[in-house]
Design a protein around this ligand. Structure first.
Ligand SMILES: Cc1cc2ncn([C@H]3O[C@H](COP(=O)(O)O)[C@@H](O)[C@H]3O)c2cc1C
Ligand SMILES: O=C(O)c1cccnc1
Length: 339
């Protein structure tokens, strides 16, 4: 980086350098799939999941041996506007709960044998309320994206994104509204379970935040830094780093999809290595997925965050890879092929 380069230009350069799919690995998967002891096509989406893993891992026989859930945690000044059903102190308390193994995500990770790492993004220093001020300046936003890239530094072959940050469904709604337009009401929902008055405070907060954007709404990175937050920036950085390291990604629900949406608006192909693990019961998650032409793997009525929807999908992705890698072939098992 030249000393005069803007940090966001570094991010733009990374987006421009993203590798494409490994077509040879996909062909190898298709050839092996046709030899496995099952009628052609009978494993449905499990088959396309393995092709997707091959395309973005570059492995001709993809196996998931080091799956990781990365949870990015931070706090938001907009929590003071009464937009969440829970107090801001819950963010830190949940970090302690993650460490003690008591959260929902701990148990899903235990059930599916997924690693779990928590990233504390200055949770004791909430970003300013997006209603009145930009959440981050450009150097801090770029630095937080770079920190998010550390998620994969220890090595993983499947990255699940998660987040923890009271009030972050308000922040995510503001990001979506800034990126995709519409009204604030289109993007807000109950989050942790606000009542009607809380929902109206949320709507007003998103409207105020987005009204500060002006011409900046045209630049997805400006939307991210002005009305977003640290966990959303870090998750966007993690998605980019994973692409460069050939690591497939599973996006979680409403909040992590906001990070994906920032990249989508920069270049839709930035998300080709991402699978949307589930559609959240937070109503605008469906709208966000539709805006990007994405479909989610699971629809379980979950609306928790913490990476839980992504982790549930990771169980299916792991199984799909193992089925493909370890099933017998017609030849090896002596099973007759189709006439
Ligand atoms: C105990 C508890 C555990 C959570 N785990 C994830 N979230 C989720 O809820 C928060 C967003 O919702 P809102 O915008 O309404 O505050 C985030 O922390 C998100 O990860 C939780 C929320 C609570 C209360
Ligand atoms: O879908 C999500 O990411 C979500 C929904 C509600 C609360 N927190 C997160």
């Amino acid at each position: 980086m030249s000393p005069s380069a803007l940090p966001f230009d570094d991010i733009r350069n990374l987006v421009a350098e993203m590798p494409g799919p490994d077509e040879a690995a996909v062909e190898t998967v298709r050839a092996r799939d046709s030899q496995l002891t099952k009628p052609a096509g009978s494993l449905g989406q499990l088959e396309s999941i393995v092709e997707w893993l091959a395309a973005w891992s570059g492995k001709p026989v993809p196996k998931i041996t080091r799956p990781l859930v990365a949870i990015f945690a931070t706090n938001h000044g907009v929590a003071d506007k009464g937009v969440s059903a829970y107090p801001q102190s819950v963010t830190r308390q949940m970090l302690e709960n993650f460490a003690a193994g008591g959260a929902a995500i701990n148990q899903i990770c235990a059930a599916y044998d997924l690693g779990l790492k928590i990233f504390d993004l200055a949770i004791d220093m909430p970003t300013p309320s997006i209603t009145d001020e930009d959440a981050l300046d450009e150097p801090n936003c770029a630095a937080t994206m770079a920190y998010g890239m550390e998620a994969i530094a220890g090595g993983t072959d499947l990255l699940c994104l998660g987040e923890m940050g009271i009030a972050n469904t308000t922040v995510a709604a503001a990001v979506f509204n800034g990126l995709f337009g519409g009204t604030a009401a289109d993007w807000v929902g109950p989050g942790t379970g606000v009542d009607a008055a809380g929902l109206e405070r949320k709507r007003a907060a998103v409207e105020m935040a987005v009204s500060r954007l002006g011409a900046a709404a045209k630049d997805p990175l400006e939307v991210l830094r002005k009305v977003g937050g640290r966990e959303i920036a870090a998750m966007a950085g993690a998605i980019l780093a994973a692409r460069l390291q050939r690591t497939p990604v599973i996006v979680d629900g409403f909040v992590s999809t906001a990070a994906a949406a920032v990249l989508y608006k920069m270049d839709p192909s930035t998300l080709d290595h991402c699978l949307f693990g589930h559609v959240s019961a937070e109503p605008a998650h469906r709208r966000a997925l539709e805006a990007m032409g994405k479909t989610a793997l699971l629809d379980l009525g979950m609306r928790l965050g913490e990476g839980t929807g992504a982790a549930m999908a990771a169980g299916i992705v792991k199984a799909a890879a193992q089925v493909h890698a370890d099933m017998a072939t017609f030849d090896s098992a002596g099973v007759s092929q189709k006439d």
